[in-house]
Design a protein around this ligand. Sequence first.
Ligand SMILES: *[C@@H]1O[C@H](CO)[C@@H](O)[C@H](O)[C@H]1NC(C)=O
Ligand SMILES: *[C@@H]1O[C@H](CO)[C@@H](O)[C@H](O)[C@H]1NC(C)=O
Ligand SMILES: *[C@@H]1O[C@H](CO)[C@@H](O)[C@H](O)[C@H]1NC(C)=O
Ligand SMILES: *[C@@H]1O[C@H](CO)[C@@H](O)[C@H](O)[C@H]1NC(C)=O
Ligand SMILES: *[C@@H]1O[C@H](CO)[C@@H](O)[C@H](O)[C@H]1NC(C)=O
Length: 695
Amino acid sequence: MFRPLLSLTISLGLASIVRSAPPWNAQPFSPPSYPLAVRSPYLSAWLPQGSGLALNEVWPEFWGGGVVGWAGFVRVDTTTYSFLGLPAVPGATFAKAVQKSAKFTATQSVFVLQAGPVDLTVTFLSPVEPKDLLKQSLPFSYLSVVAASRDGASHNVAVYTDISAEWVSGDNALRANWTTTTDSGILTHQTRLVNPTVYGEVRDRIQHGSSYYSTAKTANTTFQTGADTVVRANFVSSGALPNTEDKESRAINDRWPVFAFAQKLGAVTSTPSAPVVFTVGHVRDPIIQYIVKGNTLQDRLPYFLTRYATAAQIIADFLPDYTKALGRANAMDAQVRTDALKISEDYAAIVDLSVRQTFGSIELSVSRSSNGAINATDILVFMKEISSNGNMNTVDVIFPAWPAFLYFNPELGRYLLEVLFRYQESGLYPNKWAIHDIGASYPKALGHNDGGDEPMPVEESGNMLIMALSYTRKTGNRYIIDTYGRLLDQWNQFLIEDSLIPNNQLSTDDFAGPLANQTNLAIKGIIGIKAMAEVAGLLGNAGEAANYSSIAASYVTQWETLSASKTQPHRTLGYNSDSSWGLTYNLYSDKLLKFNLFPQRIYDQQTAWYATVAREFGVPLDTRHEWTKTDWEIWTAAIASTKEVRDLFISSVRKYAANGLNRQPFGDWYETPSGRVNGFRARPVVGGHLALLDL
Ligand SMILES: *[C@@H]1O[C@H](CO)[C@@H](O)[C@H](O)[C@H]1NC(C)=O
Ligand SMILES: *[C@@H]1O[C@H](CO)[C@@H](O)[C@H](O)[C@H]1NC(C)=O
Ligand SMILES: *[C@@H]1O[C@H](CO)[C@@H](O)[C@H](O)[C@H]1NC(C)=O
Ligand SMILES: *[C@@H]1O[C@H](CO)[C@@H](O)[C@H](O)[C@H]1NC(C)=O
Ligand SMILES: *[C@@H]1O[C@H](CO)[C@@H](O)[C@H](O)[C@H]1NC(C)=O
């Protein structure tokens, strides 16, 4: 047993490496964790950082923690160096490459390590292709390695990498089996559980489907499967592998089987070598269980089945597409950065760190028609409420992420909402307000026929109305309002009842508990009513439009009195509580939809107030606690009346993300005095960091 246990890895990693800032050049900053392969709730490998861990100082981890074994060595002439993961190879000696730089963009994490006389550039590309549904639906990611001589001399270089069977389960005591395919121009190692559980999860890891690790087969490629110590020792000592398979199916942690490739680059000079490319994927079919009209369950299939029948077919396109995929990714990175730099460098960095995390929470699906054919037009997108509880298509998680979908492709947003609309239209859901989520636990979208979903009546009803209208405005597509106008008005009627004086209830910030008369929640409800006024107008109901508009306007007038603190210049957290205050981030929708329903003096007053109550890492969410949320800080920045306060919010979030105190994928909930994260991690709500790009 040469693999340290998880807890040991973490403690060794953190205890032995204590630094205030990483010794390498980190651009745009050193994040809590680098996305490595992040494309779905289950293909999600990250490099934990804390105050800085090199690519070869820690094992990559799943978003929820737990090692996903991913190792890399490079052999330069007669010396072998590790460059990825923390492999231990008893009886064989190797050096550690020295990390010189680390960089993240919207789609890539790029590390440069010095391996003796050679520099290695290691690129992890997780494509984000929101306008190309087929490409977006592929649960695959790239690793590429480029070598260049540093000393002018030519050096003989070979690159090695493997993954472990930890990629197929959350329980390392379970048995896996694997095969290696060598009969095409591509070598692929496939691994799965011997006894899979369809739709089952263990520690948030899916218990069915297969992992795939692939590379091009050339005259210089070798492979091996087998015990980690055996396989890695072969490469460390010789720079190549014996092309053999260990076919003994066994537990993931029984002599840790690994699935390895080695590629000889030959003589490498100061001209960078062509990239050696590897792809890693996790594929399953079906992907989602979904409740449909008539109260039956439908198996949803991965969208890529509209084009590819097998994983091998995907890989045959995906692997050789690397250069073009990199070109598309670079173009997207540049576009996002250019847009975000119009705000600031700090803002661009936050946005860059948020993009893969947002898209890594969703999966695109289709269904099968009764005749067995794939129904390519029946597209639904599912989102996992990662880390906070695994709910599916949570309305108040889609809502904070909405700015990213509006920016990249609002149709993906519509497919997320369609999941919820269709279920509520079926009549199976009993409540008169909008549902909270489509299923308590991903990937089972079982609905809530008992109406027992987490109740956030004003929150979700307002969210659905605001998103429905913003989608319609942005795309000109009337599908949602034409199909679901009745439901939208049902939720609007509820808002008319309950948003000026909201009952005791939860808002999206449910960790803070319920509260009556929430000022910020009332804002959302009132904007929802105004959104319905516009929808009614679009549907040709001018009388309703005028009525709802005047209700919204009258609510704003009353709200302005109800929400005023009588003792201090700010809005209260809840009515009749003069010293309380909170972020009124729901005003963002008033600006997004260009209603200007709430008078500018409210924005100005709140902006001035925030500057007086900011802590070291930002403005607390409200007076109940010192914590805050990155998404709501950025939404509030987006509507601040002054550049100074806008930048105060943005720079606080950047400072938190870069403070070196946290090691998990970007957590949106944190303490403003200390900059320490709370429980959340890797949540799609960071899509809300794009809020300023939609105004
Ligand atoms: C694992 O074993 C099952 C059952 O024998 C077999 O159907 C499957 O093809 C094997 N999978 C791999 C990846 O070897
Ligand atoms: C294989 O390696 C040799 C040197 O060992 C090199 O000249 C050749 O270009 C390589 N071939 C491929 C397909 O990578
Ligand atoms: C395909 O799905 C769409 C959307 O759900 C549906 O309207 C259509 O009837 C389906 N087609 C077939 C052939 O089942
Ligand atoms: C909510 O605010 C209204 C208006 O000020 C007030 O009448 C009501 O008592 C408040 N409700 C609660 C539970 O505090
Ligand atoms: C306006 O809408 C409310 C809520 O549906 C309704 O009670 C009221 O009768 C409507 N007023 C008019 C003039 O239609």
